[in-house]
Design a protein. Structure first.
Length: 251
């Protein structure tokens, strides 16, 4: 089982309208500061937040209690002119847990309404304390193949095409995939998944986005931060061995 938290900024659209027409830069600053604040709160207890669509975020929250979620919501209200609501979901896969987290929050009312500071969950015994499995995927020799060769915006478009391929294909095996800057993707995997289950999606990516090739380090830990640290160790070893391996695992 894995625990996912869906974070939604309350009534965000109407709130931004009240900021006036000279607002877009202020919105970007506000979204960045909220993300940093929440990242620090979840990190403190072994969780990790992905910015997703910025006003809607997803956190891997194994081991983080309902009490601590409520604390995060209350602390944010004291530091910002806006509030957030959260839905907590659990499931055998990250995808299913995310669906439940979304469903329980959606059931509490519209994102653009008077409802705010909601903490929704389905009556499960929380927190889930199972181990977390993560794959850190990146593109071989990306700097030489793209960064040092092409205009940035072309690379930006190509990366987003590749990102969509990974998201859509990994979703079929219950994996949530997030772009993590550079040429890096963090993939939150079902605890029971075999690492080799990643290979078909990686091969599909390589077929659709030539000449790019992928490698992946897979880590398992008590929380997502520990799992990613192990995945990073694997990825570093693959690089140091000149990418002769495509996949390495550290449990």
């Amino acid at each position: 089982m894995i625990q996912i938290t869906y974070i939604q900024i309350d009534n965000f659209g109407p709130f931004t309208e009240e900021m006036g027409n000279y607002r877009e830069h202020k919105i970007q600053i506000l979204l960045s500061e909220i993300f940093i604040f929440l990242q620090k709160q979840f990190n403190r207890y072994g969780g990790l937040v992905f910015s997703a669509s910025k006003d809607n975020m997803i956190a891997v929250s194994n081991g983080i209690s309902i009490k601590h979620h409520q604390l995060f919501i209350n602390k944010l209200e004291k530091n910002f002119p806006i509030t957030v609501s959260m839905g907590i979901g659990t499931g055998n896969t990250p995808l299913n847990a995310q669906i439940e987290a979304s469903d329980v929050l959606i059931a509490k009312g519209s994102a653009q309404s008077s409802r705010k500071k909601v903490l929704a969950y389905n009556g499960h015994k929380l927190p889930i304390k199972n181990s977390v499995k993560v794959a850190h995927v990146d593109i071989n020799f990306y700097t030489k193949l793209a960064t040092d060769v092409n205009p940035f915006y072309k690379n930006y478009i190509d990366l987003n095409r590749g990102y969509l391929t990974l998201m859509e294909s990994f979703q079929t095996i219950g994996v949530l995939c997030f772009f993590n800057g550079g040429d890096n993707f963090i993939c939150v995997c079902p605890p029971s998944m075999e690492p080799d289950d990643l290979i078909p999606t990686m091969k599909l990516f390589e077929f659709k986005h030539k000449p790019w090739k992928l490698k992946a380090g897979v880590g398992v830990g008590d929380n997502i931060l520990e799992a990613i640290s192990k995945a990073n160790i694997c990825l570093k070893e693959i690089r140091e061995n000149h990418n002769t391996k495509q996949l390495m695992v550290l449990n």
